[in-house]
Design a protein around this ligand. Structure first.
Ligand code: ZN
Length: 228
């Protein structure tokens, strides 16, 4: 399974004029299940999530954490960490899972090496490609890279992915993707889809970075389970 990771602090520049041509519709709220590594507090997570506040009006899309749970970290590198988040499955009250990762001296050593010696950039956050529903952010600023990429900025960046932006540096595509997910959710709700399948309304997501939408937690969880 390939996950790209994120090496950039912003998805792209806002594109005001073009943005005006998108109909984002009425406000919707995306519910987050938040997982906390050792040393990352709920209030730190809330502070980082407030990085989305500036975007709420823009898209009519709010983010609300509904639970905070401790999750011990199984690895130091982004591969094991993203797999750990994917293994959580989406709970019935959540649209997305987001894991705030702390740092240790060992990580710092790796981060420091990555910054000065290795050709690999350091991954400060990532969202899974298979379902774009589960991601992590390094919440503690220790490494020199984070002087440029603060955890606050990285959180906003990963939220963009979680809310539907599949690529970097293509804001017109990003607007269209968010608008499409919101529209689909509205249609599904209007037609009683969620009542029929017995799930609370779900903010859809993209399958495998394609144009195919996953419209229920069940569909997302089947994919996540198959990755275990
Ligand atoms: Zn990214």
């Amino acid at each position: 399974m390939a996950t790209a990771g994120c090496y950039f602090t912003s998805i792209g520049l806002a594109h005001g004029q073009l943005m005006g041509s998108f109909d984002f519709g009425p406000l919707q709220t995306v519910h987050l299940c938040v997982f906390l590594d050792a040393g990352v507090t709920e209030s730190r997570a809330r502070q980082l999530l407030s990085s989305w506040d500036s975007e709420v009006q823009r898209y009519g899309l709010a983010v609300e954490p509904v639970s905070f749970r401790a999750l011990a970290r199984s690895g130091y590198f982004h591969g094991p960490i993203i797999r750990e988040v994917q293994a959580q499955m989406l709970a019935p009250d959540c649209d997305r899972n987001l894991y705030f990762v702390g740092r240790t001296a060992a990580d710092f050593l790796w981060g420091d090496l990555a910054a000065v010696a290795l050709p690999l950039p350091e991954v400060l956050g990532e969202v899974d490609d298979a379902t774009l529903s589960s991601g992590f952010v390094v919440a503690t600023a220790i490494s020199p890279n984070q002087l440029l990429l603060s955890p606050y900025d990285v959180t906003r960046h990963e939220l963009y992915h979680l809310l539907g932006c599949r690529q970097h540096y293509d804001m017109p595509a990003c607007y269209a993707q968010i608008a499409a997910l919101k529209r689909r959710r509205r249609e599904l709700e209007t037609h009683g889809f969620f009542r029929r399948i017995g799930e609370p309304p779900f903010y859809p997501t993209w399958e495998n970075l394609s144009d195919t939408m996953l419209v229920s937690r069940g569909a997302v969880n089947r994919i996540l389970a198959a990755l275990k």
